[in-house]
Design a protein around this ligand. Structure first.
Ligand code: PLP
Length: 361
C-alpha cells in the first residue's frame, strides 16, 4: 500500500472542544462540521465532538448522516435550504435552518409542515455575503415569528481575526436587536479566541476544533489547541544531486552544492499544494517545512501529482522508508499554509479521497 495516511485524533477533538468551553464558558457550542468536517470526514470526527450542544453543516447529506448516527442535538443548515422541496427532509430530520433572505421566508410560509421550524435568522452586519440588512431585519423577524417561536438571532463576522475587527458589526447587531427576547449567535473561532464580548448565547467554532488557527500571525498551540489531523507518508527514493543539477518538473530547483534529496509519496493529487515554496527563477528562496524522522527540513522543487521532494542533505540518517510528516504536530498545518500563501482551512479541506484515513484515540 502507498504509505500516505491521514490520522485523526479523537482526543485532540475532545481537547479542542474543551478549549472552546474554556474561552466561552457561558455559551452553548455549535460545532461547525461543514465541508465534510473541514476535510476530516464527518463520520470520523462526530464522536469526538459529541459533547457539543449542536452541529452546523452545509449539506443536507451531512445533516442526515449526523441524525442517523444518533445525535439528538440541534443540527443547523448554515445556508438554509435552496429549494422548498428540501423542507420535507428538514421536517423529517428535525433540522434547524438559517434564514438569510425573503425567498426562504416565503418557502416557510407556504410549507405544509405543522411542526414549528427552528430558525437562525441571519443579519448582514457588513460582510455583504448572506443575511438581511439591518433595515430589513425586524420586518423579516416579524414574519418568521408568525411561523415559529424558535428563533435565534445570528450574524457572521468578516474580520474577527483583526484587532477591534468585530466592533462595528457587533454595534449594528446589538442596536438592531436591542431588547428582543431571543438568543443570539455571532462568534466563529476567531471571535471565540480574540473577541470575548461577542460570545453571547451560542458560539460557532469551526477551525479551532480541528486544531488550526483562525487568526493571522498566530499559531494554534498558543491558544492551547492540538492538531486533529496528521498527514504522513514515507521517503520512497533517494537522489543525490551534484552542484548545478536540477530537480523535477520544469527544472524548478537547481542544486547550488551537492544535495541529498528524498522523494516523498505525497503530491498535489493527495491535496498537498502544488504552489509550495518561493523561488527566484530556479533558485530556492524558501521551501515549505516538512518533518523527516521527526526533524524539520524543507521541500525542494515543484510538487508533482504523486510525489514531492525534500532536502535530506543535513539528515544522513534518513533513508527509504523514513517517516515523513507533511503536517501535524511537528509541522503545523498553519505553517505549511503560510509557506504556500493560503490558510490551514484550505489545506485541510483539500485532502483528496484517495488518501486513506485512520482514526485513533
Ligand atoms: C464556517 C462557519 C463558522 C465557523 O468558522 P471558523 O472560522 O472555522 O470557526 C461559523 N459560522 C458560520 C456561519 C460559518 O459559515
Amino acid at each position: 500500500m502507498r504509505p500516505i495516511l491521514a490520522t485523526i485524533s479523537q482526543s485532540a477533538l475532545q481537547h479542542n472542544l474543551a478549549v472552546v468551553r474554556k474561552f466561552a464558558p457561558h455559551s452553548k457550542v455549535m460545532a461547525a462540521l461543514k465541508a465534510n468536517g473541514y476535510g476530516h470526514g464527518i463520520e470520523r470526527i462526530a464522536h469526538g465532538l459529541s459533547g457539543a450542544d449542536g452541529f452546523a453543516v452545509l449539506g443536507m447529506d451531512e445533516a442526515i448522516t449526523l441524525r442517523e448516527m444518533g445525535f439528538e442535538q440541534p443540527i443547523l443548515l448554515l445556508e438554509g435550504v435552496f429549494h422548498a422541496d428540501s423542507l420535507a427532509v428538514v421536517n423529517a430530520y428535525r433540522l434547524s435552518l438559517v434564514i438569510h433572505c425573503y425567498a426562504q421566508i416565503e418557502m416557510l410560509e407556504h410549507s405544509p409542515y405543522r411542526h414549528p421550524f427552528n430558525i437562525f435568522l441571519k443579519m448582514n452586519t457588513g460582510m455583504n455575503r448572506l443575511g438581511f440588512v439591518p433595515d430589513d431585519y425586524l420586518k423579516a423577524l416579524a414574519r418568521v415569528t408568525k411561523l415559529t417561536p424558535n428563533v435565534t438571532l445570528m450574524t457572521h463576522f468578516a474580520a474577527a481575526d483583526e484587532l477591534n475587527g468585530t466592533d462595528a458589526a457587533m454595534a449594528i447587531f446589538q442596536q438592531t436587536t436591542k431588547n428582543l427576547p431571543y438568543p443570539s449567535s455571532l462568534a466563529n473561532s476567531a471571535a471565540i479566541l480574540c473577541q470575548p464580548q461577542t460570545h453571547l448565547d451560542w458560539v460557532r467554532p469551526g477551525i479551532m476544533l480541528y486544531g488550526a488557527t483562525p487568526a493571522k500571525n498566530t499559531v494554534a498551540t498558543e491558544f492551547g489547541l492540538k492538531p486533529v489531523m496528521q498527514l504522513t507518508s514515507e521517503i520512497i527514493a533517494i537522489q543525490t544531486l551534484k552542484a548545478g543539477e536540477t530537480l523535477g518538473y520544469g527544472n524548478r530547483y537547481t542544486a547550488s552544492k551537492p544535495t541529498r534529496v528524498g522523494v516523498v509519496a505525497c503530491g498535489y493529487a493527495d491535496g498537498y499544494p502544488r504552489h509550495a515554496g518561493q523561488y527566484s527563477g530556479n533558485n530556492l528562496l524558501q521551501g515549505v517545512p516538512v518533518a523527516v524522522g521527526g526533524k524539520i527540513t524543507q521541500t525542494l522543487g515543484r510538487v508533482s501529482m504523486d510525489m514531492l521532494f525534500v532536502d535530506l542533505t543535513a539528515l544522513p540518517e534518513a533513508n527509504i522508508g523514513s517517516p515523513v510528516e507533511l503536517w501535524g504536530s511537528t509541522v503545523s498545518v498553519d505553517t505549511v499554509a503560510e509557506a504556500c500563501g493560503t490558510i490551514g482551512y484550505e489545506l485541510l479541506c483539500a485532502v483528496t479521497p484517495r488518501v486513506p484515513f485512520k482514526v485513533v484515540d
